[in-house]
Design a binder for this molecule. Structure first.
Ligand code: FES
Ligand SMILES: [Fe+2]
Length: 367
């Protein structure tokens, strides 16, 4: 799994006045709000006796461990050990890793790595519709969980050729060809444009679009900055829909997609749940096949699976991942039965001593 990237952690609205546990890259993290309400993220395991800080409470914008009450500030330093005399000096190593946070598209993102601010890749500018007001767009958020490896899940969402076989509602198994599309590299990602003749739509959307409408045009883009995918669908000259997804590896075998659908039609709230239902039906169809792929992880060697011309966008993704892994290394989950490790945070760039060792590197490519 890749470090030194931004990862979507949770819906900002879901982070209240209690600490919240999330697991990303096989590591347990705690999210909470500082005194001004800004999200903060720390490694979740107390360096005293290993209790999860996320089971504790927030006190004046800090988080207090539930076991012996140590209090950690947003920079990860322990600022209070209640069992000691008030004037006692706190140990230098009484600290946990603290990770940069930001809020974007209604999500809390955490930067899991030790790069300086100017070295960090930006979260892709993939959803300008989120703040658009003229004309307005309607956005719905959701999460969708897969018991599948993050690279497999990510690739599926930039793979046009599976549509005709996995998604009966809008694929066409009688004409499963994917027209040639030039893949354009951009930043830490790439994009391609397609068009296809859609099946008739059902429900409220079906009433809006003509049965004999022109081909649907799509633009599909991915970026490692935020590990996200943008699918922009132009259904007619006026009807547009964007499906944005940020993929977060829980560990090597589990992935959560944070999705946002933006649409410029059917703006009333009553259409949200039917839209969500349609999207999640598609994701459920994807999930059934994704959880059956072998090997579970995408092989590191590019020739270990056979790609054809219409796999150009997923192959561009494999190249981007490979470049990032070679430049920054990759990490694996600790075995919680015997160890904890920490994804290195920016504070580890300075000399200092830490109780918890750094995450171990993922095994290299088998080539
Ligand atoms: S385990 Fe956290 S204070 Fe003791
Ligand atoms: Fe799909």
């Amino acid at each position: 799994m890749l470090k030194n990237l931004w990862y979507a952690a949770c819906l900002a609205a879901a982070l209240g006045d209690r600490p919240k546990a999330v697991r990303i890259l096989g590591h347990d993290l705690v999210l909470f709000r500082d005194a001004s309400g800004t999200p903060a993220c720390l490694a979740d395991t107390c360096v005293h006796r290993g209790a999860p800080l996320s089971r504790g409470r927030c006190v004046d914008g800090r988080v207090q461990c539930p076991y012996h009450g140590w209090v950690y500030a947003t920079d990860g330093r322990c600022v209070e050990i209640p069992s000691l005399e008030p004037q006692a000096r706190l140990p230098e190593r009484a600290r946990v890793d603290a990770y940069p946070c930001r809020v974007r598209f209604g999500l809390v993102w955490v930067f899991l790595g030790d790069l300086a601010p100017e070295e960090r890749p930006a979260i892709a500018e993939f959803l300008p519709e989120f703040t658009a007001t003229d004309p307005p767009w309607r956005c719905i958020h959701g999460t969708f969980a897969y018991a599948a490896n993050w690279e497999r899940v990510f690739e599926n969402h930039i793979d046009s050729a599976h549509t005709h076989f996995i998604h009966p509602d809008f694929g066409n198994p009688d004409d499963p060809r994917v027209p040639r599309a030039k893949v354009q590299a951009e930043g830490l990602g790439a994009w391609a444009e397609h068009s296809y003749q859609p099946r008739p739509k059902r429900g409220a959307l079906g009433a809006l679009v003509d049965e004999h409408r022109p081909p649907v045009r799509t633009r599909l883009a991915f970026d490692l900055g935020g590990l996200c995918v943008r699918l922009a669908i132009r259904m007619t000259d006026t009807l547009r829909q964007v499906v944005f997804q940020a993929f977060t590896p829980i560990d090597e075998h589990h992935t959560v997609a944070h999705y946002i659908q933006a649409r410029n039609f059917l703006l009333e709230a009553e259409h949200d749940e039917p839209m969500r239902g349609d999207l999640e039906k598609i994701f459920t169809e994807d999930r059934e096949i994704l959880e059956a792929l072998r090997p579970v992880a995408v092989p590191h060697a590019l020739n270990a699976e056979l790609s054809v011309q219409t796999d150009a966008l997923p192959v561009a993704f494999r190249h981007q991942v490979r470049r990032w892994r070679e430049a920054h290394g990759a990490i694996r989950s600790p075995d919680p039965a015997v160890e904890i490790t920490a994804i290195p945070s920016p504070a580890r760039r300075a000399p200092g001593h830490w109780v918890v060792p750094e995450a171990r590197p993922q095994a290299g490519p088998r080539e």
